[in-house]
Design a protein around this ligand. Structure first.
Ligand code: FEO
Ligand code: CA
Ligand code: CA
Length: 667
């Protein structure tokens, strides 16, 4: 193929994080939008409001005990900082009195022998020793035994995907006034493969500023070439065996790592999200995986690495794609450890894997499948977390029960087990084993009647309040028929946040109650139907909730993906959202990204004095920003953040935010 074969839409799709991935759910299961509509049309807004109070009262029994709670009860926001003004320019902005320092940039050397970053002469070998592209999830864990847990730790960062038009000189040409991206060469694809994956980095704060410890024995790059092991019920299945791996257990690499989580035993878990875009070619006629792959949008060929490696060509290696789409566990304390693809947590377009230790010691992982009309899941370990036995905890993710969520119009949520032999998950529907159920998790959810959601992203259990927050980014494919006057968004362009309280405050419960915390978007536009509090300023509202985190006080912080400049006049950023007391649904803008970026990975040190955030794909897009007005690419960038040097392209980076003079963030 020549560059001419690539339609311009492909150029946009070179960013695989496409919000417009075609929905793949063929069922007539109810959508969340339909349920919200049903619920509010049946019970009326007043009863809906009462239901909110009822849930709040339940939560009051495990309520905040901090100073923030007192503030919330007094009617004010629990967050004390002066808001950033929403808008767009070439730089990032943090609230007054805070510093936002660049900690790690794409291409930064991670090891003493790493070559310096030279964007005009990048090589796969150099990239494999440097910080990767498009940082997404960021997790922090203190160095074992350190006297300074909030100032010395290990950072785990996902590198979700690559934007070749921003990374490489000479790959974009202008044809008939339109930018056209050249197909990858073998060398370029090899660099992009090494720019994917994850980074483990030892970092240390001195004189108030964080820096990489370059000679650390912990620093590690995980790439598409890193050996991994499939574990759990699907490991070894004939459906995950390939010509190169007859064991069905040895896989190379991890793809499109989006969000993630830190386990109580100090490992990191990372979600393989839009893995379909790396596979091209057609399955052999009549191949058994045809329906399975269709449900996942395979092949998609956005990256089409099958031109360079047979395993990414479905015609040559039909089972390889079954070895992606999992949650991967990485032990940051041993850089030679083999990352484990934990098949018990299911196979779909995994967003994150936030988790919590339940009352009885079992560990509960909340999992989103980020596609329009796909599902919310939770995995409950069979074993119990033992704080004194790390080795035993290391196999907790291989045995347990995966559940899919069914939300009902009366405010209930049911967690339906995805267990072979139960209900419809039998040979009659083509499942011969638990491996089959897990490899085709989406189809199992379809059969159980799970609720079709508006792109589930991070799902966060809040150990302080007992609530679970579900980020639903948007779903512009939702039709008029699927909404009503109480939820008047014919296209859910701005997303919403659902709040769940599990029965008895027990995260392992099979039933719970749900409520909408927020319908997002501009509350000053009535037709949007947003539900921010009246205290929320013109800077404070947001759309497209994606990642989220709670601080030690249990306060919610939300980062966004896709605040459409043309519609909103604002970039993505980090918002502080009140969830308790009279200030509930008040939101404030704390930090915003440079033009073209989205914000990922908010993460706090254990004392809340540093917030790490990941600025992903800065400088992407362009036409929607009137001050620039055209597609941004390597030779014609809308911003050169963070270096602002003529010979440096834009660089995705992790930023460390601290309060000037020290102290907790937002207090
Ligand atoms: Fe990679 Fe769902 O965001
Ligand atoms: Ca995400
Ligand atoms: Ca995202």
């Amino acid at each position: 193929m020549s560059a001419d074969d690539i339609p311009e839409s492909r150029f946009a799709a070179s960013m695989l994080e496409h919000a417009d991935a075609p929905p793949q759910n063929p069922t007539d299961n109810a959508t969340m939008g339909e349920l919200i509509s049903l619920r509010f049309s049946r019970r009326g807004l007043i009863k809906g409001a009462l239901a909110v109070s009822a849930i709040s009262a339940t939560v009051g029994t495990v309520a905040l005990t901090s100073a923030e709670e007192a503030k919330a009860q007094a009617g004010g926001s629990a967050f004390a900082f002066k808001e950033v003004e929403a808008g767009v320019d070439a730089n990032h902005h943090v609230a007054e009195g805070y510093d936002a320092n660049i900690l790690l940039r794409w291409g930064d050397p991670l090891f003493p022998d790493s070559p310096a970053f030279d964007p005009a002469k990048q090589t796969p070998e150099a990239q494999a020793r440097q910080f990767g592209y498009n940082n997404d999830y960021v997790g922090y864990t203190p160095m074992p035994g350190t006297a300074d847990p909030a100032g010395h730790g290990l950072l785990f960062v996902n590198h979700e995907y690559t934007n070749p038009h921003l990374m490489f000189p000479g790959v974009v040409t202008i044809k008939d006034g339109k930018p056209v991206l050249a197909n990858a060469t073998k060398e370029r694809a090899a660099i992009e493969m090494m720019a994917h994956g994850a980074t483990v980095a030892e970092i240390r704060k001195s004189n108030g500023k964080w820096a990489l410890v370059k000679d650390s024995p912990y620093n590690r790059r995980i790439t598409v070439a890193t050996e991994m092991e499939l574990t759990g019920p699907a490991a070894g299945s004939e459906r995950v065996r390939t010509n190169a791996d007859q064991s069905g257990k040895k896989v190379f690499g991890t793809l499109n790592n989006c969000s993630g989580g830190l386990t109580p035993w100090g490992t990191f878990v990372t979600g393989e999200e839009n893995f379909h875009g790396y596979f091209s070619g057609q399955l052999p006629e009549g191949h058994r995986e045809a329906a399975n792959y269709k449900r996942l949008g395979l092949p998609d060929s956005t990256y089409a690495w099958g031109r360079f490696e047979d395993r990414f060509d479905l015609a040559k290696e039909p089972n390889e794609a079954n070895r992606f789409g999992w949650v991967v566990e990485v032990d940051p304390l041993d850089r030679n450890s083999v990352p484990k693809k934990r098949t018990a947590l299911g196979r779909f377009k995994h967003e994150g894997a936030d988790n919590v230790v339940a009352k009885d010691g079992r560990v509960v992982f909340y999992l989103g499948d980020d596609e329009r009309f796909d599902y919310v899941y939770k995995f409950v370990t069979a074993g119990r977390f033992d704080p004194n036995d790390r080795a035993a905890n290391m196999s907790l993710l291989d045995t347990g029960t995966l559940h899919v969520a069914k939300f009902s119009a009366d405010g209930g949520v049911e967690w339906l087990p995805l267990v072979f032999g139960q209900g419809p998950l039998t040979a009659a529907n083509g499942f011969q084993s638990q491996a089959d159920v897990l490899i085709e998790t989406r189809r199992a959810g379809d059969l159980l009647g799970a609720t079709k959601m508006d792109r589930p992203e991070d799902i966060l259990p809040n150990g302080v309040t007992g609530k679970v927050y579900v980020m639903l980014t948007n779903n512009t494919a939702r039709t008029d028929a699927q909404v009503d006057a109480a939820n008047p968004r014919a296209k859910n362009a701005f997303g919403h946040i659902v709040e769940i309280i599990e029965d008895g405050g027990d995260f392992t419960a099979l039933k719970g109650r749900w409520e909408i915390l927020l319908k997002c978007g501009d509350p000053s536009v009535a037709a949007v139907g947003a539900t921010f509090s009246t205290e929320t300023t013109k800077n404070g509202w947001f759309g497209m909730p994606d990642n989220c985190v709670t601080d030690t006080a249990g306060r919610l912080w939300v980062s966004t993906d896709g605040n459409n400049l043309r519609e909103t006049g604002r970039t993505d950023g980090l918002w502080a959202v009140d969830t308790e007391g009279a200030a509930r649904r008040t939101s404030k803008l704390f930090y915003r990204v440079p033009h073209g970026a989205e914000l990922c990975g908010p993460c706090f040190t254990p004392d809340d004095t540093t917030a790490f955030v990941a600025v992903q794909h800065p400088g992407d897009d362009g036409p929607d920003w009137p001050a620039f007005g055209r597609r941004s690419y390597y030779e014609d960038l809308s911003t050169r953040w963070p270096d602002f040097k003529d010979d440096m392209p834009v660089r995705p980076s992790v930023v460390a935010i601290t309060k000037r003079g020290g102290g907790k963030i937002g207090v």
